[in-house]
Design a protein around this ligand. Structure first.
Ligand code: SF4
Length: 237
């Protein structure tokens, strides 16, 4: 069993709680217009094949830094495109008391994914937009599975952090943000909502890949707009 890996981060602090070893997997069925990692899209793009055991042995080097709530995060791309691999990796981690977090769009939702969730401590669920049409336009795929995925996480009472990228002129619309905030209210298993301001740091990758950047001319989200969004989600500190 081998996974196709894009990259690693040894001391991740933004993909889940504590210090985390983050593994980014190749492959994604979505085409988010704001994506800053288009180099992860092609599942065969990197061809760095690694076994779950090799990754586990590598992350053990950092175990002392994990302390109470750190651990492993698997991200992408869309990691559940390689759900067999994630399953094996998470199983090894749980056998060894390593905390596991799964960063996903929720687009792939089947029995194998349900199996993966048995070994997942925390799901970081990226909801790109709550409006079906805007979602389709923004990502190229349907929203339905993501919402089913979230329903299932509620059913099994799995802790979730929601992540939502706010793109000026698209998802910074106050009606859309209010609709999403209201929608999420009923999910008591949601521990945190992370509002992520759109940035343009990945634009150079499109040039390297000779791809057209879909949001050319869109400026990074302003502090002011982020503050408005935070107020809507009552996250003001
Ligand atoms: S799900 Fe993530 S990796 Fe895939 S296209 Fe969207 S932002 Fe990029």
């Amino acid at each position: 069993m081998l996974g196709n890996i894009h990259s690693y981060e040894s001391f991740g602090t933004v993909d889940g709680p504590g210090i985390r070893y983050v593994v980014f997997l190749q492959g994604c069925p979505l085409r988010c217009k704001f994506c800053h990692n288009p180099d992860t899209w092609d599942i065969k793009g990197n061809n760095k094949l690694v076994s779950p055991k090799e990754i586990f042995e590598e992350l053990l080097k950092y175990k002392n830094f994990f302390k109470k709530n750190g651990g492993l995060t698997v991200s992408g791309g869309e990691p559940l495109l390689q759900s067999d691999f994630v399953l094996e990796l998470f199983k090894i981690c749980k056998e060894n008391n390593i905390n596991t977090a799964l960063d996903t769009s929720g687009y792939i939702f089947d029995d194998k994914v349900k199996e993966v969730l048995k070994y997942t401590d925390l799901v970081l669920l990226d909801i790109k937009c709550i409006d079906k049409e805007v979602y389709k336009n923004l990502t190229g795929v349907k929203l339905d599975n993501t919402l089913k995925f979230l329903d299932y996480l509620k059913e099994i009472n799995k802790p979730v952090w929601i992540r939502h990228v706010i793109v000026p002129g698209i998802t910074d619309d106050e009606k859309l943000l209010t609709k999403l905030a209201k929608y999420l209210e009923k999910f008591k298993n949601i521990e945190k909502i992370e509002l992520l301001p759109y940035h343009t740091l990945g634009v150079f990758k499109y040039k390297e890949l000779k791809k057209e950047y879909p949001l050319l001319g869109t400026k990074p989200l302003s502090e002011e707009r982020l503050l408005i969004a935070k107020k809507i989600f009552k996250q003001l500190v």
